[in-house]
Write a protein that binds this ligand. Sequence first.
Ligand code: EPU
Length: 427
Amino acid sequence: MDKLIVEGGHPLHGTVRISGAKNAALPLMAATLLAPGCHTLHNVPDLRDTRTMLSLLEQLGVRWEREGNTLRLHTESLTGAEAPYELVKTMRASVLVLGPLLSRNGFARVSLPGGCAIGARPIDFHLSGFEKLGVRTHLERGYVEATVEGALRGGIIHFDVPSVTGTENVLMASVLAEGKTVLKNAAREPEIGNLIDMLSAMGAQIEGKGTGRLVVHGARRLCAAEASIIPDRIEGGTYMLAVAAAGGDVQISGCEPCHLSALMEKLSLCGVDMETGAGSVRVACPAGDGKGLFRPRSVDITTSPYPGFPTDLQAQFMALMARGDGTSIIHETIFENRFMHVAELKRMGADIAIEGSRAVVRGVARERLCGAPVMATDLRASASLVIAGLSACGRTEISRIYHLERGYENMAAKLRALGAVIEQVRE
Ligand code: EPU
């Protein structure tokens, strides 16, 4: 297992290029199962999770080749319909093959994901959505077995809360269903827009992109398509927060600033300067007071579905607020257990108290945030520890960084190119 060693106190300067979005690449890769042929996906990040999805697709009979960030997936003949426990337990997004397999084969068997580090994360919305389209589901020895009864038929599906992968899964099951399907209270994340664009290029008819009401007119058949993965807004936001925490002046290129407006609004309240261009954001921190780094003003956040403040940036924002000038209340409303980073940040000297779904972060001066050995517990918690390490005094050793590799392409190398002192070593 590798660990990261970060030496804090070095401001970041230069340009960093953002990769394609993990959470868009995964559903688009699954969507290739819908139609036989050769699909081409551009800007696919090379991550542990995208590799896991490739292993899963391979088990289903898909052949693929990668050339740089372009993936070609050949889905002419499928040979399986099962997502095994071994893959689902390492990546919950494996459940995204359920919808496409039901459309293509009329049957799918997918291991039911258990809880994970950030919460229980059930898939009941996915399953009840499928049932509305004429699918019978039952649980057999830890696996969901889903079978289309007769043919998929359009229906009306109302999500109790907007679910990102739930919306994607049901959308993929509905594009070939007979008649009209309406998804109400659907999630509006940009990654869903990316999926809708790909499905449309395959021949699907979907109205309402970017809204909470999606209307699908079932197509008779779909064809292979070419699509490009949108920039990773969470990776982009993570680098913006890294610059705010470490200080400096960085051009974040290859990103979509309009996908980051909730974060940018908060960062500007913190006192960070930002300038947006076409596909880029320049983030600059005012010089410190001569005694140290820029100290952000403390600001409150509440996570909520897009376009609200993303839960996937909550941990990283908290790392910034650990050194805030004042008190920040961080309210997590999406996942019930997404404060695993708090104990690790406290080991570095952060002053944080958890009160139910809120964390009260009393910012400390830089001298009081000190490097320490810490442990990554999930993907975004790991990124928050890197950010804390960049702004702390001394050396932070982050173990279990395989979590980071699930969702960040070459993070240590990208930060090093900006002047961070960070290295990856074998434990
Ligand atoms: N929920 C249910 N039942 C369901 C589905 C969801 O109760 O059937 C609840 C969840 O427990 C949660 C809320 O609904 O409280 C929203 O969860 P959602 O379904 O939107 O989450 P997800 O689709 O499982 C995706 C991302 C996550 C991201 C969330 C929220 C992918 C592959 N994953 O998960 O990304 O945190 O949306 O934005 O798109 C990450 O990248 O680090 C990550 C965890």
